[in-house]
Design a binder for this molecule. Structure first.
Ligand code: PLP
Length: 375
């Protein structure tokens, strides 16, 4: 049996999402921007999907924009900063490269940048408070870290920023990359009070190449690529309607009985953690982390240990497998939370999906125990 435990990198598209994809591709294939009958039908379907997705996310449909993935959602927001007078941006040291890589560009354009440490995996509201200055334009902290699963104190961080706004009298845009949060932890953008967020379809059994951008106040946002004016001028390019339908179905599936599903995954996570500890390896994921992610440090370099597991049909990742230099990125994040370099080098990530079964989990546990220190 192949044991796929790399769901934070990508998940397998669900049967229902795949059916929704093919159904829309087959039946509503016209361009939503065309003004003839099939075009108008495609436009109607697009807006229907947007309304449904927005309702599932607890936001207004005017606040939701479809993109090609979280990377593009983040790029839309960060590139919009290039139109404004350079000020200061604060992000955390544990952001995904899709976001962290923007610091280099912004610096070139004269922006001041600060990266907040994440001691023990968490960004501290007190640290943020120290770094806020009257010229701070944006703060970006992810909701759930993709390497350790650490759930960040977004509500507290937002409230620090909002308090500061009262004295500085200047608005701070609070962005949260929420790719690993949607469906996997209790998550409500309105309650959190954030101004923008990014989401990705392929982390929740939807297709690749589809994502979402939440903007609390879209009117104040100027995109870099308005192109043909699609998505109310916020994201140009012909909409990927089949993928949007599939994404909507994937969200519905994740949200259906979400609490129970997450509790079941949490139980599986706990038994995997017990087996890892028994083997003598150290758990790196903090207590307050996503039920779907386990990071640990084995006694071998991560590429060696993951190779041993792969030869046994167990597929996990060394740190974050979201990019080609996967290991580098995972390591950077672990170092950013203060993990010693030798431990970070041996880091392995096991990530579950809500379709992971107890049988798969038991088989994984057996192999972890058998493999021990690299037999
Ligand atoms: N942000 C986080 C936290 C991720 O885990 C990923 C995964 O790849 C991304 C952003 C990028 O998402 P996408 O593949 O949709 O561009």
């Amino acid at each position: 049996m192949d044991l796929y435990f790399d769901n934070a990198a990508t998940t397998k598209i669900s049967e229902r999402a795949l059916s929704a994809y093919t159904e829309t591709a087959r039946t509503v294939w016209a361009n939503p921007s065309s003004v003839h009958k099939p075009g108008l039908e495609a436009k109607r379907k697009l807006e229907e999907e947007r309304t449904k997705c927005a309702a599932l996310l607890g936001i207004k449909s005017e606040q939701l924009f479809f993109t090609s993935g979280a990377t593009e959602s983040i790029a839309a927001v960060f590139s919009s900063l290039l139109f404004t007078t350079p000020r200061k941006i604060i992000i955390s040291k544990i952001e995904h490269e899709a976001l962290a890589s923007w610091l280099t560009i912004l610096k070139q354009y004269g922006w001041k940048t600060t990266e907040l440490k994440a001691k023990n995996g968490f960004v501290s509201p007190a640290e943020l408070e120290k770094e806020l200055t009257p010229d701070t334009k944006m703060v970006a902290v992810m909701a759930v870290n993709n390497v350790t699963g650490a759930i960040q104190p977004i509500k507290e961080l937002v409230s620090i920023a909002r308090e500061y706004e009262k004295t500085s009298k200047r608005k701070i845009f609070f962005f949260s990359d929420s790719v690993q949060a949607l469906g996997k932890i209790p998550y409500n953008m309105t309650e959190l009070g954030i101004d923008g967020a990014s989401f990705s379809g392929h982390k929740i059994n939807g297709p690749r190449g589809i994502g979402m951008l939440y903007l609390k106040n879209p009117s104040s946002f100027r995109p870099l690529a308005p192109a043909g004016g699609q998505e109310k001028g916020k994201r140009g390019g012909t909409e990927n309607l089949p993928a949007i339908s599939a994404l909507r179905v994937a969200i519905e599936e994740w949200m259906d009985g979400q609490e129970e599903k997450n509790q079941r995954v949490q139980r599986m996570k706990e038994s995997i953690i017990a087996a890892i500890k028994e083997t003598g390896f150290e758990i790196l994921s903090p207590e307050k982390s996503s039920p779907y992610i386990i990071s640990f440090s084995s006694s071998l370099p991560s590429e060696v240990y993951t190779r041993i597991l792969s030869d046994k049909g167990v597929y996990v990742s060394s740190g974050s497998a979201c990019s080609n230099n996967a290991k580098g990125e995972g390591e950077k994040i672990l170092l950013g939370m203060g993990i010693r370099p030798e431990k970070a080098r041996n880091a392995v990530r096991i990530s579950l999906s809500n379709s992971t079964t107890e049988e798969e989990t038991e088989a994984l546990i057996k192999i972890i125990k058998e493999t021990g220190n690299g037999k």
